[in-house]
Design a protein around this ligand. Structure first.
Ligand SMILES: Cc1ncc(COP(=O)(O)O)c(C=O)c1O
Length: 392
């Protein structure tokens, strides 16, 4: 049977992730040092693991409420209020999801109709566009620039909005650039959001990993709070990628629509992780802070090293990625990454895997130990020296 012909048009329209493609290649080579994956190298704090194990010992192995354990929703809402000064009602405005990933998907599917447009950032996280395509919507890409430190400027936002725009997705601190929007930066786009009446999905999964500047949650602007769907989760700040736990915060009407999709597709997020997360939010502040400080010193190390090598790198204010320009080498992003892999067995992700505006850049993740980063940077230096020698 021709199984290929059975695949739906929408599934066919989704392109395989450029990150995956590159890592399939890297995995075939032995002894590769990878700076490619956006996953904390830390183990989940013990308090969280212990609480989850205890919940299993106690036999709490059943579905929870569709929206998640009320106790967890209360903790999430308390946490968002305390940390980021946004108030949500745990009963009506919060859904515990299977990672931020599910949150993004149910938000898009609950709102986007075929033919409607959704604005996303380029370069941006790879999972947004597939959700739009599966909803039959049209992605509209805003091309961000290094000169603006990959921030969304009011000019660029205005230009992207049309009468078909329904949704805007922003993600600061950003994957892949480490770009950051301060309260002052947001204040410039908030009036445009208000006036246009569009709904904004704000992916704040890296919010806790902010460095010199204070993280600003978009929903903290009261005038647009009801237009914002806030997405976050435990994967990054709490080093819980494998637990698959995230959440969505939004006004009651939007929450109700998202719960409908969530309850049929997921039923409820996994139970033991929910018990773990309650204690994570209650008592893991110190661990989260320790991890943040480790990322910060790695960032400082990398930014200095890369600039010293002649790869211009702006200092990202959040997340755990740097996004150096490799334009001075005369290579494309893919050529650079392929050659670096072949010559020195170091893997990073070509910037164009995140959209065409990522061309000329590579993404380096610093969710790796300082020791690994040091070895990788020595190899990168040798690679660049060899490139220069060969060019002579
Ligand atoms: C920007 C961004 N959003 C969302 C996610 C999804 O995270 P999770 O589903 O593990 O919560 C990721 C993961 O890499 C990410 O980088």
């Amino acid at each position: 049977m021709d199984y290929e012909s059975l695949i739906s048009d929408k599934a066919k329209a989704i392109k395989p992730s450029g990150i995956r493609k590159f890592f399939d290649l890297a995995n075939q080579i032995e002894g590769v040092i990878s700076l490619g994956v956006g996953e904390p190298d830390f183990t989940t704090p013990w308090t969280i693991r212990e609480s989850a194990i205890y919940s299993i010992e106690k036999g709490r192995t059943f579905y929870t409420a569709n929206k998640g354990l009320l106790e967890l929703r209360q903790e999430i809402c308390r946490y968002y209020d305390e940390r980021f000064h946004v108030k949500y009602d745990p009963e009506k405005e919060c859904i515990v999801t299977v990672g931020g990933s599910e949150g993004i998907d149910i938000a898009v599917r609950a709102l986007l109709n075929p033919g409607e447009e959704m604005i996303i950032m380029d370069p941006g996280y790879v999972a947004y566009e597939p959700s739009i395509i599966l909803s039959g919507g049209t992605p509209v890409r805003v091309h961000l620039e290094e000169k603006d430190e990959f921030k969304l400027t009011p000019e660029k936002l205005k230009e992207a909005i049309s009468d078909k725009t329904k949704l805007l997705l922003i993600n600061y601190p950003s994957n892949p650039t480490g770009g950051f929007m301060s309260r002052e930066d947001y204040a410039k786009i908030v009036p445009i959001i208000k006036e246009s009446g569009i709904i904004v999905i704000s992916d704040e999964i890296y919010g806790e990993l902010s460095y010199e500047q204070e993280f600003c949650s978009l929903a903290s602007f009261d005038e647009i709070k009801d237009q914002v769907i806030t997405i976050s989760g435990f994967s990054k700040a709490f080093a819980m990628t494998g637990w698959r736990l995230g959440y969505v915060l939004a006004n009651p009407i939007l929450t109700k629509a998202m719960v409908k999709i969530h309850q049929y597709v997921i039923m409820s997020a996994p139970t033991a992780p929910q018990y773990g997360a309650i204690d994570g939010l209650r008592s893991c502040r110190d661990e989260v802070e320790e991890m943040r400080e480790a990322y910060l010193s790695r960032r400082n190390y990398l930014v200095k090293e890369l600039n010293d090598m002649g790869l211009t790198t702006f200092k990202p204010q959040g997340a755990f990625y740097v996004f150096p320009s490799i334009q001075s080498t005369g290579l494309t992003s893919e050529e650079f990454c392929n050659k670096l892999l072949e010559d020195q067995k170091v893997a990073c992700v070509p910037g164009n895997a995140f959209g065409e505006s990522g061309e000329g850049f590579v993404r380096i993740s610093y969710a790796y130990s300082l020791e690994e980063l040091k070895i990788a940077m020595e190899k990168m230096r040798i690679f660049l020296d060899n490139l220069k020698k060969n060019a002579k």
